[in-house]
Ligand binder design. Structure first.
Ligand code: CP
Ligand code: NVA
Length: 300
């Protein structure tokens, strides 16, 4: 059975560390484990960073990326997810997909002869987290004991980040409006994953106190467009602004997976200011993808 990358927990702490190490290594030391092989990239949702970073990572590893849009493939519309996975596994070394329903990825992985990679689902975004862990390592050093804050929606991006930080011994403080945070069961699950810890509340000033990295994400994820006005009202007061950043540690960095909506989840003065690392974070998507794909392809 191949290893799949559907969630950060599939990797464990050693896997996350290994991928971050490879992301920061000279690409020449990783070689071309995908030489003469394909990687299928199927997108049911739009993308800028994930498509470009994955395509270029595949090329750097010697492989050939094949991009297809969800409408074209028609997962469970034109044909079942299982048939798609069985067929693509005969052409490609790896199948990667961005889907609305996380369950589709599990169904594909269950029948695929090659690794299946999650390029974002409603549940999680592990490739983003691997980039975030790389950027934080570059800027702040080891994740062990690292204080990280999350302000805004507890969503796919924050779930994967929480998993990685607990696995690697970090401390993650989440502040969301009522009804948008992790459930009690989810908090228990996260805290049981490893040596780190996760706390959740509703006061962003408490979450960011002494944090060395402050993360946020859009208040309206792909698929939630109909809730836009309601969410914008409910998330008022959760904009990461200069006053909030001044509560964080002196050397704190601001991080956002992008795309960002200035004036909503983050003030322009923060995302365009000196503490922002969002462009490095976006570039680390490619380095982390290369690290992850090299392991799945059996490189080194
Ligand atoms: N951060 C991220 O996944 O960006 P894209 O949606 O542009 O791929
Ligand atoms: N939470 C966002 C992340 C976008 C990269 C979404 O799912 O749309």
């Amino acid at each position: 059975m191949p290893a799949h990358l559907l969630d950060i927990v599939d990797l464990g702490a050693d896997g996350v560390t290994e991928i971050v190490d490879r992301a920061m290594a000279d690409p020449a030391s990783i070689g071309r484990p995908l030489e003469g092989r394909g990687v299928a990239l199927v997108f049911e949702k739009p993308s800028n960073r994930t498509r470009h970073s994955m395509e270029m990572a595949v090329v750097q590893l010697g492989g050939h990326p094949v991009y297809t849009r969800g409408e074209e493939v028609g997962i469970d519309v034109r044909e079942p997810a299982e048939d798609i996975a069985r067929v693509l596994a005969g052409y490609h070394a790896i199948i990667a997909a961005r889907v609305f329903d996380h369950g589709l990825l599990g169904r594909m992985a269950a029948v695929s002869d090659v690794p299946v990679v999650n390029m974002l689902s409603d549940h999680s975004h592990p490739l983003q987290t691997l980039a975030d862990m790389t950027t934080m390592r570059r800027c702040l050093g080891s994740p062990e004991g690292l204080r990280v804050a999350w302000v805004g929606d507890y969503n796919n991006v924050s779930r994967s980040l929480a998993e990685a930080l607990v696995l690697c011994g970090g401390s993650f403080a989440i502040a969301t409006p009522e009804g948008f945070g992790p459930s009690a069961d989810e908090l228990t699950r996260l805290n049981a994953l490893g040596p780190g810890d996760v706390s959740a509340g509703h006061d962003p000033m408490v979450a960011v106190a002494n944090a060395r990295a402050v993360h946020t994400d859009t208040w309206i994820s792909m698929g939630q467009e109909a809730e836009k006005e309601q969410r914008r009202r409910l998330f008022e007061g959760y904009t990461v602004d200069a006053a909030m950043m001044s509560r964080a540690a002196d050397d704190a960095v601001f991080m956002h997976c992008l795309p960002a909506y200035r004036g909503y989840e983050v003030a322009a003065e923060v995302i365009d200011g000196g503490a922002s690392r969002v462009v490095m974070q976006a570039h680390d998507r490619m380095h982390a993808a290369r690290g992850a794909l090299s392991i799945l392809a059996g490189g080194l």
